[in-house]
Design a protein around this ligand. Structure first.
Ligand code: SF4
Length: 149
């Protein structure tokens, strides 16, 4: 328990959740956070797939009716303090999927942006946003996290 608390205090863990877009934003998030070019790990910013370890939930893609309950469940599993960043046009407003019809993604299956399901602390438009912009959003929310700790 103590190890977990120490780790949370000394590092920032980002959990990436994809809710149904084209994966373009996911690639940029992984590039931004994991690639040796930006090397965020040197600042103790890590990617995690475990909500219980996460501090920041980064969501990409439009929220579909099917994924909404799971997204809420993941959000609830993240311990306080926590922040949510909606990354890309889909996560902020539903993106191109919000107006699609037919088999590809009929708009009646798309709820829209992430904030329709869980609270959002930072929004980043773009289709997809550049890794540099994703890093800027991460850098802008880390002080908010520090204030809450
Ligand atoms: S915002 Fe663009 S790049 Fe990102 S998931 Fe949606 S369609 Fe793909």
């Amino acid at each position: 328990m103590m190890l977990k608390e120490t780790s949370r205090k000394n590092a920032v863990h980002i959990m990436l959740v994809y809710t149904g877009g084209c994966n373009g934003c996911d690639i940029e998030v992984v590039n931004a956070v994991l690639s040796p070019f930006y090397d965020l790990e040197q600042y103790k910013v890590m990617l995690t797939w475990n909500p219980r370890e996460a501090d920041i939930l980064a969501v990409t893609g439009p929220v579909t009716k099917k994924i909404a309950p799971a997204l809420k469940e993941i959000y609830d599993a993240i311990p306080e303090p926590k922040l949510v960043a909606a990354i890309g046009a889909c996560a902020t407003v539903g993106g191109p999927y919000a107006n699609l019809g037919g088999d590809l993604g009929s708009s009646d299956q798309i709820i829209g942006g992430v904030e329709k399901v869980i609270p959002v602390d930072a929004k980043l438009p773009g289709c997809p946003p550049r890794p540099e912009d994703i890093l800027q959003v991460v850098a802008s929310v880390i002080p908010l996290l520090a204030e809450k700790r």
